[in-house]
Ligand binder design. Structure first.
Ligand code: LLP
Length: 435
């Protein structure tokens, strides 16, 4: 990455994406070569960036900590295998994600399983998987879990997810720990739920879990939440007996081109003294922080038009490939892969989908571009591919992992037959016909 002539790409949030010879590279590979080889839209991930971020979190929280990568941020099997090989466990929120671990050949023993509504089969599967612990989010889960554990003849570790009523910032759709949010159990009603867990012989209350929300940029809310949990735990001996873990959740924010990432060391400094004094092992669940800046979405310019005073750049990626701008008004930096000479002008970068919400960026200063040029939507490694859909019967994009000069296709572009595979023709009487 420190190759001769390499210049930083200041909007990128990770050094792996840099400019060499006037064009954007990922590690030792020019992005244009990937577009030529695999087509666009294309998700490209930098392995070095993921490794570096994981190491940074591991270092901040110390060797004893469990860093559980939040699978939902980017569940690609190759990414999971790589994270596992570098010491990560996983934060799971569905039986489907448990299936993913198995498909990636990764054990569940360092993983935690949260989820505001778990189906009976998911509880069963989580018990069978032998997790680090299971996060209880509602009182009704306790008897279901106890029964499943008893059927398996095991005693399973359980953490109670508390809702500490802390506003951590970030978009309201992804804030999870305010009083009115659906997640966890409010502290003022948690006492009888703790008692119900402790009463079950097949359950072992091993800790508490809090997840404040996503894209948190200040360290203070993590300390605030822990202080509230600690005060609750100090209210009765049975709330702390056998407790070994505190899971402070994820939500570690990144800069999205503006450079204000969460100071993870400051989060660690704010919680570790309390955790050490109580003998509690920290668990953290970052998703975006580990993979967000590691990914870009490459897209090809299809054409341009000017309308109602707006210059539109029409591209082949759309809200089905990256939903965040449409859903959360998220702003991902967008840069030209091989910027042309000429004055920058303000444009809206929009996809082909039949919705006005289908934009990747609005009011962006871009150099002149023509059909066939490549743009890179930056910091798209988290909640990009993972939230992709087939809307407008579009195939989900391919995904590529770059590791130094090595390139691996880690997900093929979908095919149209795959898109229709589960649909049943009306004249097909072998399936789905009710007479
Ligand atoms: N732990 C739990 C219990 C979670 O619910 C989440 C995210 C995480 C950890 C990881 O959060 P992260 O570190 O990635 O911020 N689609 C949204 C984000 C939704 C996050 C949902 N839960 C987005 O694109 O911003």
């Amino acid at each position: 990455m420190a190759a001769a002539g390499a210049l930083p790409c200041p909007e990128a949030g990770a050094d792996a994406f840099h400019v060499r010879g006037g064009e954007l590279w990922c590690e030792e590979v020019p992005l244009a070569s990937l577009a030529a080889r695999f087509g666009t839209p294309l998700h490209v991930y930098s392995a070095a960036t993921m490794d570096e971020r994981l190491a940074r979190v591991q270092l901040a929280f110390g060797t004893g900590a469990n860093v559980c990568y939040a699978v939902k941020a980017n569940p690609n099997l190759s990414l999971l295998a790589r994270m596992h090989a570098r010491g990560a466990g996983f934060d799971l929120v569905s039986g489907g994600e448990l299936h993913r671990l198995a498909a990636a050949n990764v054990p569940a023993s360092r993983s935690v399983f949260a989820g505001v509504g778990k189906e009976p089969w998911e509880i069963e599967a989580a018990v069978a998987a032998g997790l680090l612990f299971f996060n209880v989010e509602s009182p009704h889960e306790v008897p279901l879990l106890a029964a499943a554990a008893a059927r398996h003849g095991s005693r399973i570790r359980v953490a109670l997810r508390l809702n500490p009523d802390v506003a951590a910032g970030g978009h309201s759709y992804i804030s999870t720990a305010r009083k009115g949010d659906k997640f966890g159990v409010a502290i003022d009603v948690a006492a009888p739920i703790v008692e119900s867990i402790v009463r079950e012989p097949s359950l072992h209350l091993c800790g508490y879990h809090v997840h404040l929300g996503s894209q948190v940029l200040r360290p203070e809310p993590y300390g605030e939440a822990l202080a509230k949990v600690a005060a609750f735990v100090d209210g009765a001996a049975l709330r702390r007996e056998g407790v070994t873990h505190y899971d402070l959740g994820g939500g570690f924010g990144i800069g999205y081109g503006r450079g204000h990432a969460l100071d993870v060391d400051a989060v660690a400094r704010s919680v570790l003294p309390t955790l050490r004094s109580r003998g509690w092992t920290p668990v953290v669940e970052p998703g975006r922080y580990l993979v967000g800046d590691a990914g870009v979405l490459l897209t090809t310019v299809l054409g341009e038009k000017r309308q109602g005073g707006t210059d539109f750049v029409l591209v082949d990626a759309a809200m089905n490939d990256l939903l965040r701008p449409a859903l959360y008004q998220a702003e991902h930096p967008i840069v030209a892969v091989r910027p042309r000479d000429g004055a920058r002008r303000e444009v809206d970068v929009v996809g082909p989908i039949c919705e006005t919400s289908d934009f990747l960026g609005r009011r962006r200063a871009l150099p002149p571009c023509r059909a066939g040029d490549l743009l890179a939507v930056l910091s798209a490694g988290a909640y990009g591919a993972s939230m992709a859909s087939n809307y407008n019967t579009r195939r989900r994009a391919a995904e590529v992992l770059v590791d130094g000069g090595a390139v691996r296709l880690v997900r093929r572009r979908e095919t149209f037959p795959q898109l229709f595979a589960n649909e049943v023709h009306l004249d097909d009487e072998s399936d789905g016909t009710v007479r």
